[in-house]
Design a protein around this ligand. Structure first.
Ligand SMILES: Cc1cc2nc3c(=O)[nH]c(=O)nc-3n(C[C@H](O)[C@H](O)[C@H](O)COP(=O)(O)OP(=O)(O)OC[C@H]3O[C@@H](n4cnc5c(N)ncnc54)[C@H](O)[C@@H]3O)c2cc1C
Length: 380
């Protein structure tokens, strides 16, 4: 029996940060959107992330990625205002700049060279940064440890509360008409006479368009639609302290204080396959590094530790693709779903809703993996 809510204009498979931002954007374009999510059994990168809206340093090897991230950072205030107006939820966007802490002289030199190289390609005005010596870094970040040799600072960067972000995107989407099915694990997708059918085994949904945003499960679902989405898991671990007196207004690459006063400490990158268990040896290295950066944290008690899997393409840059053999079928993956949420909601949604493909996303086709760009340095 066909139920009234089984057909729509577009199906979004996966209600993580990418799918929720896109579904919200599609509904704002006037489309009837069905969003299907597997539920708690899935690998979900969104539950773990660090909350950075980050531009500096990204795009080495593909400057279009720096442009894309920068464009998203510029769109973020608009997304923030829209979400607050439509849902009353403040996702706590703070875009006063961010610091990348360097833990050796060598790293500081290399950091300067990397940012300089990106600035030469993007222009000084569009890509501002400073390299801070130990004194300037400590003046900007009171509490910075005595043996941190310096930092880079960029006014382009910021942070948000990532859980509030996901919640706000879903609430805003639902208020604009998105129908979310939260325990719908899509097992297969068929395409007949221009209609896609997403089948969970117990129920199916139909639409003339479908977008797969299922993170690490994207390839398994998208392969039958002529989409190629090579991704692998890269584990990251995060430590959270109890609430402490505010001491850190701006985010750094390793430590940030949330709007609620807790301190979030990262980061790690581990090739551990699909093992998303916490590794205590890695957590202790993360904690030691944080104490080196901000010694006062030795008084803070940890309240939570978690690990989760990033969604990584071979070169680390996003994949945005429309199928050539199945028009109307798309796959989207990236490893910076917070930073890029504004682009996903405000730039990709109008394209998928039927607009022209934005020129700026041409470099993110998976066709690049057939060229020598695979030899480029990995994105960060
Ligand atoms: C430790 C860590 C720190 C991070 N820090 C940052 C950061 O500071 N800034 C930033 O921008 N990004 C950060 N990220 C990355 C960010 O979290 C991801 O880019 C983002 O969560 C990816 O969202 P996604 O929607 O593509 O995938 P996911 O979050 O994995 O969501 C995929 C969704 O698809 C659903 N799904 C899977 N299979 C199916 C199926 N068969 N049927 C239906 N639904 C399905 C799942 O239930 C899930 O909800 C971090 C990630 C990690 C792990």
């Amino acid at each position: 029996m066909t139920r009234p809510d089984d057909s729509s204009d577009v199906i979004v498979v996966g209600a993580g940060l990418v799918g929720s931002a896109l579904a919200y954007g599609l509904a704002r374009q006037g489309l009837r959107v069905t969003m299907l999510d597997e539920g708690d059994i899935a690998w979900r990168a969104w539950r773990a992330n660090f909350g950075l809206v980050w531009v500096q340093g990204k795009g080495q090897g593909l400057v279009d990625y720096a442009r894309w991230s920068l464009g998203s950072a510029r769109l973020w205030p608009k997304l923030h205002a829209m979400l607050r107006e439509e849902t009353g939820i403040d996702v706590q966007l703070r875009q006063g700049g961010g610091f990348h802490l360097c833990l050796s002289e060598q790293e500081l030199v290399e950091r300067g060279e990397r940012l300089q190289c990106l600035q030469e390609q993007l222009g000084q005005a569009d890509y501002p940064f400073e390299i801070l010596d130990p004194q300037s870094a400590r003046a900007a970040l009171p509490g910075l440890g005595p043996d941190v040799p310096g930092a880079s600072f960029s006014p382009m960067d910021g942070h948000v509360n990532p859980l509030k972000l996901l919640y706000a995107l879903r609430v805003a989407g639902q208020r604009s008409g998105v129908r979310l099915f939260a325990h719908a694990s899509v097992q297969r997708i068929d395409h007949t006479h221009g209609i896609y059918t997403a089948d969970s085994g117990e129920r199916h949904w139909q639409a003339p368009r479908i977008v797969i945003t299922a993170g690490l499960s994207t390839q398994a679902l998208a392969g039958s639609l002529g989409l190629s989405v090579p991704v692998r898991p890269v584990k990251g671990e995060v430590l959270i302290t109890e609430r402490v007196t505010p001491f850190l207004r701006s985010p750094t690459n390793y430590v940030r204080q949330t709007d609620e006063g807790t301190v979030q400490i990262g980061e790690s990158r581990e090739e551990a396959g699909f093992d998303d268990r916490v590794n205590t040896a890695v957590c202790s290295r993360i904690a030691e590094r944080a104490l080196r950066c901000f010694p006062q944290l030795r008084h803070a008690r940890l309240v939570r530790i978690w690990a989760a899997l990033r969604i990584m393409t071979p070169d680390g840059f996003p994949i945005y693709q429309q199928s050539e053999s199945c028009p109307g079928a798309y796959a989207l993956v990236c490893h910076s779903g917070v930073t890029l949420a504004a682009q996903h909601a405000l730039t990709l949604a109008p394209w998928i809703a039927g607009g022209d493909e934005p020129e700026v996303i041409a470099p993110f086709s998976p066709h690049r993996f057939s060229s020598d760009i695979l030899a480029a340095p990995h994105a960060h």
